[in-house]
Design a protein around this ligand. Structure first.
Ligand code: SF4
Length: 362
């Protein structure tokens, strides 16, 4: 598994705290590519042996702001480091709807030609006032047109991102958003509850008292609407925030939740190899890295936290070893955990409070 972080955005969204720099023009893209190619050259062995799950995920930031030749050069270097193996089980590129609208079908065809077979598009909402509040670049009409552009270019695996839980998102707007999303029939939908991330514009607004989070009741109601609408439409709810048409569950993300080793390239990217975590510094154009060795207990807790957010849960034996068994039994008795084939899972109707359930166990 290889993850490439593209730390550029044309503007910053209200809620976001991902590492990204404002696009600085062609020279900065090329300097970035030089730095990443140098990193690839130094990590060839890791890249070559990181094929237990053989995926490439290009995320950000906004990968679709990169000129094609820059992305193509980096992907070419990754392939070279893999000994020339061009095929991935899954090759995802995150895109912004406005970039797809502006660059059109030819751009998407070029991504496909490069090997990308899955596109993840950050639509977030189909409500224009909300999109403006989020400081997104696109509006609803452009998101719809961008989606059609992806389809016209032959993309058969599209994931879209949505956000709920803003105080101004009424249930009516949310239902319309879900209906619009389902009309498009994407293969995959990720829907996240808005959270206040330290360092985001939203955190500043909250500390200044100019913004107040939605109530827990509203968020729970909208999560329920999401689960019901997508289940009726035949989506598999396989992780707290992720839904897929059967067979289109994200291979890369699913492996990440199982703690499969991955190589993260680019400034700000993280990597995992066994119990060693590495993170590249958030600095352009040159970046360094630090690493830490996780203790067996840290690995155990991380495994529990990631696994219990998925519908396959965790092995009961694994969970019980080192965990307070009284808590496990109590959660089972309350229906907050259920048994299936020797595994324990959080049932879908408790996914909304999964963080609280997991906290009781770790
Ligand atoms: S949400 Fe995406 S486009 Fe918006 S600032 Fe964050 S990384 Fe950039």
């Amino acid at each position: 598994m290889v993850y490439l972080h593209v730390p550029f955005c044309r503007s910053f969204c209200t809620y976001c705290d991902f590492y990204s720099e404002l696009c600085g023009g062609d020279a900065s893209f090329r300097t970035y590519a030089d730095a990443v190619c140098e990193e690839i050259a130094g990590r060839e062995e890791e890249i070559r042996t990181s094929r237990e799950v053989d995926t490439l995920y290009v995320g950000g930031g906004t990968p679709s702001v990169l000129p094609l030749d820059v992305l193509s050069r980096i992907v070419g270097e990754i392939i070279r480091a893999r000994g020339g193996v061009r095929d991935f089980w899954e090759f995802t590129v995150e895109v912004n709807p406005e970039d797809i609208f502006e660059k059109g079908e030819a751009y998407v065809s070029s991504l496909r030609h490069m090997g990308a077979d899955r596109i993840s598009m950050g639509i977030q909402s189909f409500d224009d006032p909300l999109l403006r509040w989020m400081n997104r670049r696109h509006d609803s009409a452009r998101a719809l047109e961008a989606f059609r552009t992806l389809r016209r270019a032959g993309v058969g695996n599209i994931s879209i991102d949505l956000i709920f839980g803003m105080p101004q998102l009424t249930d009516e707007i949310w239902m319309r958003t879900l209906e619009t999303a389902l009309d498009l029939s994407p293969e995959h939908i990720s829907a996240y509850q808005l959270s206040v991330e330290p360092g985001s514009a939203l955190a500043r607004m909250e500390s200044l008292g100019t913004w107040t989070a939605a109530s827990e009741t509203q968020c729970m109601q909208q999560y329920g609407m999401l689960c019901e609408a997508l289940s009726e439409a035949g989506y598999h709810h396989y992780e707290v925030s992720n839904f897929a048409r059967p067979g289109f569950e994200a291979v890369h993300n699913s492996a990440y939740w199982r703690r499969v080793p991955y190589v993260g390239l680019g400034p700000g990217a993280h990597s995992l190899s066994g119990n060693v975590r590495r993170w590249n510094s958030q600095h352009m154009p040159s970046y360094s890295y630090e690493s830490e060795t996780l203790s067996p207990e840290q690995v155990r807790l991380e495994t529990i936290m990631l696994s219990l957010r998925t519908d396959t849960g965790i092995s009961e034996d694994f969970l019980r070893e080192g965990t307070d068994n009284q808590s496990v039994d109590r959660l089972l008795g309350e229906g907050a955990l259920v048994r299936a084939d020797g595994r324990l899972c959080i049932p879908e109707d408790r996914f909304f409070v999964s963080d609280e359930i997991i906290r009781e166990l770790v």
